[in-house]
Design a protein around this ligand. Structure first.
Ligand code: APR
Length: 233
């Protein structure tokens, strides 16, 4: 059974209507990272952070999985060893039917303890009320890895990448570390398919990447069908 690792970024959810970060109309064109997505911002103005992620949560809950999410879930159902690792905080992979999804930067549908980075509670609906507390007594905060904070599941993601016999990357600019360094852990002989209409920072990986320069809903379903034909039948 082929060990397939899928690594996604904001681009896989773009056609579901969720904004990316660094495209021309991206979120970081409209908001300052230092105001809402750093640990200092959370300490300085928690209500602004809560309001920002409430708006992101409302959008994410209103969005629907697209053909790329559905194809990746089908790949995992057909080849169960497939692991999805995402930088995204939305739950569209799960709502498309994916089971094994590792979120590196948190999950919009959960809140977390202010003193324990992995102690999460589910959030019903879109609105967090600032001031509510975690069972451990600390203030609840969005379950988001802010810039400058640790990425608790990165070691597990590296472990998965190191076992990959085939890698699919969808919709990431490879701008943010340590997530972008995941490709370093992929064995040299492992083929890497990269679905992205733009021109991400391939850098030293360029010679190993087969770039499918298409949008996710165009490139991913066809790639998944090709892989299933090649490895599952
Ligand atoms: N299909 C596939 N890819 C797309 C599409 C699409 N329809 N539209 C845009 N893209 C690509 C862009 O070309 C770009 O390469 O998606 C990528 C989006 O890049 P970013 O906006 O930088 O998003 P991402 O790489 O996921 O950012 C990583 O940065 O701000 C942090 O925590 C945040 O997880 C995020 C991390």
């Amino acid at each position: 059974m082929k060990k397939i690792v899928v690594f996604t970024g904001a681009g896989v959810s773009a056609e579901s209507g969720l904004g990316t970060f660094r495209d021309s109309d991206g979120l970081w064109e409209k908001y300052r990272v230092e105001d809402i997505c750093t640990h200092e911002a959370w300490e300085r103005n928690p209500q602004l952070c809560v309001d920002f992620y409430n708006a992101r949560r409302r959008d994410a809950l209103a969005a629907q999985p697209n053909a790329a999410h559905v194809a990746l879930a089908r790949l995992q159902q057909t080849i169960p060893s497939t692991q999805i690792i995402t930088q995204n905080i939305d739950d569209l992979h799960e709502r498309a039917g994916a089971k094994k999804v590792l979120h590196l930067h948190g999950e919009i549908t959960k809140l977390r303890s202010n003193i324990n980075e992995t102690a999460t509670v589910p959030l019903q609906g879109w609105e967090q009320h600032y001031g509510d507390r975690h069972p451990d007594g600390s203030l609840l905060r969005p379950y988001i890895v802010f810039f400058g904070e640790g990425v608790p599941y990165f070691p597990e993601a590296c472990e998965q990448a190191s076992e990959a016999e085939l890698m699919i990357v969808v919709g990431t600019s490879l701008n943010v570390y340590p997530a972008a360094s995941l490709l370093q852990y992929v064995p040299k002989q492992t083929p890497i398919y990269f679905v992205d209409p733009g021109q991400p920072l391939f850098g030293t990986y360029a010679s190993r990447i087969q770039h499918i320069q298409k949008k996710a809903t165009e490139g991913v379903p066809a790639l998944v069908e090709q892989i299933i034909k090649q490895y599952a039948e």
